[in-house]
Design a protein around this ligand. Structure first.
Ligand code: GLU
Length: 307
């Protein structure tokens, strides 16, 4: 038993890591709320990291809008906000470490040429076939950097969805850590910053569950400790698509934030009492923190898988 009680994770450090692609909507609220509650219920720290490493997808003002909405909800973060766009040197340093270990190679394939190769018999769609593994690109040719995955078997556990074993070579193949356009890949940046911010617990949407194997692999080759993972069910729209700006999600409205909080708790199977639906944000969060039960999410996910 730790000094804080039997059920707490001591030294908990969590984070919310949105990409600044638009204002917060119900789907991002569920993720933010779940990770905030998990951190606060464990008397932990909750950090905010803006993942602005993909400028073409970003929207001016989105980071400020996300911060403003979190504040108005009462989801207050600890310490300074980190912007990944200001941390590129850390990602380059990690690439150097991977290169020193001879794990990287240059790849000149375009998406189109990969699609054409994987359409050939015997190739599985979506898995890089290793075309550039033994090919030396000409000098000056635009290239991405891929990490080798041959023979890599990964095991990881998720607090909601259970245990996974993956053969990375057949699951995703050699994957990109630096893109052809010079931008660092999400997989690399997220792993480096989770390490540099000493994150102990990652709580995020289940759309990222199948990235965990790749991230776990990067952590092991870079010598980083592995955080605990909890993936939350993803909010879908009426067409069954993940709610996002691209699929028409409405931004959260300032005058109905407490309704949104109540609905997000219901979505997370926390069974908030009906009278809370008329309460202030602070009262809703107070109740939710005291009654946070990730096991309810797990049971619902298990029941769904069984059904
Ligand atoms: N930036 C990612 C997103 O907004 C989340 C990354 C993560 O939580 O690992 O989808």
């Amino acid at each position: 038993m730790n000094s804080q009680g039997p059920d707490l994770f001591p030294g908990y450090i969590g984070r919310f890591a949105p990409s600044p692609t638009g204002p917060m909507h119900f789907g991002s609220l569920v993720t933010a709320l779940g990770s905030w509650l998990d951190a606060r219920a464990n008397q932990g720290t909750w950090l905010l990291r803006i993942e602005d490493i993909d400028p073409p997808r970003e929207h001016a003002g989105a980071a400020d809008s996300i911060k403003g909405t979190l504040d108005a909800l009462g989801l207050h973060w600890d310490g300074e906000v980190i912007f990944q766009g200001q941390r590129l040197a850390y990602f380059d340093r990690a690439l150097e470490v991977l290169a020193e270990k001879q794990l990287l190679y240059r790849c000149v394939c375009s998406r189109k040429s990969i699609r054409e190769t994987v359409d050939e018999p015997g190739q599985t769609a979506g898995i890089y076939p290793g075309t550039c593994l033994n090919r030396v690109p000409e000098n000056g040719q635009a290239h991405s950097l891929r990490i080798k995955t041959s023979g890599v078997h990964i095991e990881y556990a998720d607090r909601i969805y259970g245990n996974f074993t993956e053969n990375l070579a057949t699951r995703c193949g050699d994957f990109i850590v630096k893109r052809r356009n010079g931008l660092h890949a999400y997989q690399l940046a997220v792993v480096v910053d989770d390490f540099r911010q000493a994150i102990t617990h990652v709580v995020r949407g289940a759309d990222l569950l199948d990235n965990t194997g790749r991230q776990t692999y990067l952590q092991s080759v870079l010598g980083y400790p592995r955080p605990a993972y909890m993936h939350l069910p993803v909010v879908l729209n009426s067409a069954g698509q993940k709610l996002s700006k691209q699929t028409g999600a409405h931004p959260l409205a300032d005058d109905t934030l407490s309704d949104s909080l109540f609905s997000a708790l219901t979505f997370l199977h926390q069974n908030p009492p009906a009278e809370l639906s008329k309460a202030l944000n602070s009262e809703i969060l107070e109740w939710a923190m005291a009654n946070w039960r990730p096991s309810f999410i797990r049971h619902a996910a298990l029941a769904k898988n069984a059904g």
